[in-house]
Design a protein around this ligand. Sequence first.
Ligand code: UDP
Length: 403
Amino acid sequence: MKRTLAAYEGIVGAAVIHQLRHLGEKLAGCRVIHVNSTRAGGGVAEILDWMVPLMRDLGIDASWEVLEGNSRFFSVTKSIHNGLQGNPLHLGPADWQVYQETNAANAERLRDQLSEADIVVIHDPQPAALLGLCPQRKGKWIWRAHIDVSHPYRPVWKMLRAAVEQYDASIFHMPQFAQALPHPQYLVPPSIDPLSEKNCDLPAAELASVRAEFGLDSQRPLLVQISRFDRFKDPVGVIQAYRMVRKVLPVQLVLAGGGAADDPEGQAVLDEVLEAANADPDIHVLCLPSDAHRTINALQRLADIVIQKSTREGFGLTVTEGLWKGKPVIGGDVGGIRLQVINHQTGFLVNTPEGAAHRVRFLLHHRQRLGEMGDTGRKFVLEHYLLTRHLREYLTLFLALRL
Ligand code: UDP
């Protein structure tokens, strides 16, 4: 059962809910369609899962469509994703043809409803070509980028830009990602749902049972990184940092991830991680199903320190999730992690495994500081990165576009 906005009043206060309802009244009946490329796995699905029901609760006629494609398509779009995050890789005409054809097949299926919608929000590169395939569109179309496009590989961005520049607006997480585009660009960072299975409070017995299930030792410090098995998340770098800490402290490490339907590289990266872990009994590499939200919640709560050592990161919801649970986060000094890890306040920004190991050792040796940073992080999320702020910014953007 999906929650309504009223459920959040106890966390964010009545005034915030009142303000959202007020904005929602002005958009009552407005037909909004979100399109992305996976129903489960990864941050975008995580967000749409609460955003669509809450928009509906506000009286907006919101829905969520998922692009359908085969493995060849998702391998091409993963390359586009990697190219946009800066990897210099070649995509040939045949690749772009697969991209275009899959978008065309989906446009056949979705054209009527997309053309009639008042607002269409297209998430990430996979469905970006749909706009050009719906020439009779009635409403405003927004391209919503969730990835770190601060330093895109130019040939890949140039191809995608041809599709994106036709939009009425685009949304990026932060100013560093904005591009030269002929339309308004809005800056809206993501957020988490504090009442979801992923983030709600959990009873101590449930934490103990997850600890036992994965054979974690309650007497020794635990480091946790939750991430899809993706090279940009640098899981092997986390293992290197763990080994450096291990020389002086008896830490344990959990690297937990799962697949996303639109991410075909997961298995290869998982193999690299297992090789790097080299059967160390204190490195727990967990492959979790995409609905293992409570398990992930518990692992983040069991952690002493949450790690997100990405080398590129659109935002990093896992950082927000860790901070919300009162954990300091040691994160890569990149992309959206910088919006959340305020160096020396809510955690530490690092560039290397050595840097990560240094900060882990510091925090484990300064428990009071660890606790203070955790408290600061939770307050920071309450103020900036809960879904009510995110929803408000979408609603005001929709209103601005419809004027
Ligand atoms: N996640 C999950 N299972 C996994 C790995 C990740 O449910 O095995 C969740 C994670 O808790 C977070 C989201 O997927 O909510 C990942 O979002 P993030 O922005 O950190 O990274 P993305 O995967 O979008 O690059």
